[in-house]
Design a protein around this ligand. Structure first.
Ligand code: NAD
Ligand code: 13P
Length: 349
């Protein structure tokens, strides 16, 4: 069989971390081409093109400074060139950019290829229909799409401190390929078949992390944050049961569930910016630009997407934490109203 080619679509904080891992791992297999192309949304960094910096210094000095890639990671500014010969397409973009990137490569994907989405969020179509990103990728590219989700603050994963992730795949062979590309001694991978729920949990926990950040910003303590996490988890479980029934009940105990929720509510960007939103009174977009140096928030947009989803299904009143997060981000209600959403939660009726 010809060697399989892997392409990485995206090169932000998490995309670069995955590139670092895969660049090292891939040379251990005799089934994969060693060269991995990585799509870089071109920009100038210190007067140089980011693709040039990556290809010359083997480092993404903007989004993952201090970590070297192996030289088999090759940066491309042209997304079609990146993916056209690839058998495995890893989508690691902020979720807001997934659809337009798929449209750009639509008729250039190799037959028989498959995709893997690492992005956390939903896709809202023009008629306000809401879709999973993996579903949108499959629809647009006509290839299967699996997912990777987990408690994975990128800088920690890149540093090699121990953690784990969940691969969602019902195709055994493809799931094993993804696991082989990702797993190291310090990054342990579990494959589970509940792909949809695994993806949904990754998107929803960012909304809860925004709520945790509001709680921190308001100066409330650990008990309140624990209540945010618990009630948030209840809504995550309810959302999955309501809209994606049939999953294994223990899926919430995997890295993609409770573990990702906890790490993001303590160490994530969503939490950090949401706390600053309360403390400074500045809006989310301003803080994202001021605090994240080009990195993107996923939680506030996911809250808007979920609100749309719940509106369409007539179920918004069952998810007061999710909906309060959106209303607070939009300044329709005060941050303190988060506590009312918790106080009068259906849990206590
Ligand atoms: P990031 O937050 O670092 O985002 C910046 C990236 O977006 C840069 O590569 C930038 O070039 C790119 N970009 C900006 N405008 C663009 C455009 N118009 N089109 C295409 N790309 C554009 O990204 P990330 O941290 O790699 O996150 C990607 C996904 O992975 C997200 O959905 C996130 O939730 C998920 N994720 C992130 C982490 C983490 O700790 N960073 C961990 C797990 C999962
Ligand atoms: P943030 O986007 O809030 O940093 O969360 C990163 C993440 O998804 C950790 O698994």
């Amino acid at each position: 069989d010809p060697l399989k080619r892997v392409a990485i679509v995206g090169s932000g904080n998490w995309g670069s971390t995955i590139a670092k891992i895969i660049g090292n791992n891939i040379v251990k297999f005799n089934t994969f081409e060693n060269e991995v192309r990585m799509y870089v949304y071109e920009e100038m960094v210190d007067g140089r093109k980011l693709t040039e910096i990556i290809n010359e210094e083997h480092e993404n000095t903007k989004y993952l400074p201090g970590h070297k890639f192996t030289p088999n990671i090759v940066a491309y500014a042209d997304v079609v060139e990146t993916v056209k010969d690839a058998d495995i397409l890893l989508f690691i973009l902020p979720h807001q950019f997934v659809e337009r990137t798929c449209n750009a490569i639509k008729s250039h994907v190799k037959p028989g290829a498959f995709a893997v989405s690492f992005s956390k969020g939903f896709y809202v179509g023009k008629d306000n229909t809401v879709e999973l990103l993996s579903t949108a990728i499959t629809r647009l590219l006509e290839i299967p799409c699996y997912v990777v989700m987990g408690a994975n603050i990128a800088s920690e994963v890149a540093s090699g401190t121990f953690c784990e992730a969940t691969v969602g795949a019902r195709n055994y062979e493809h799931g094993q390929m993804v696991k082989g590309l990702l797993q190291t001694e310090e990054f342990r991978i579990v494959i589970k078949p509940d792909t949809e729920v695994i993806e949904v949990l990754g998107a929803l926990k960012n909304i809860v992390a925004v709520a945790a950040g509001f709680s921190d910003g308001l100066g409330y303590g650990d008990n309140t944050k624990a209540a945010v996490i618990r009630l948030g988890l209840k809504e995550m479980v309810k959302f999955c049961e309501e809209f994606f029934p049939g999953h294994h009940p223990h899926i919430f105990l995997e890295s993609c569930g409770v573990a990702d929720l906890v790490t993001t509510c303590y160490g994530g960007r969503n939490r950090k910016v949401a706390a600053a939103f309360v403390k400074t009174g500045k809006d989310i977009k301003t803080l994202e630009a001021e605090m994240l140096n080009g990195q993107k928030l996923q939680g506030p947009d996911a809250a808007a997407e979920v609100k749309e989803w719940l509106k369409e299904k007539g179920q918004a009143n069952k998810f007061p934490l999710f909906t309060a997060v959106h209303d607070i981000c939009e300044r329709r209600i005060e941050p303190t109203a988060l506590i009312d959403a918790l106080r009068y939660h259906p849990e206590f009726w």
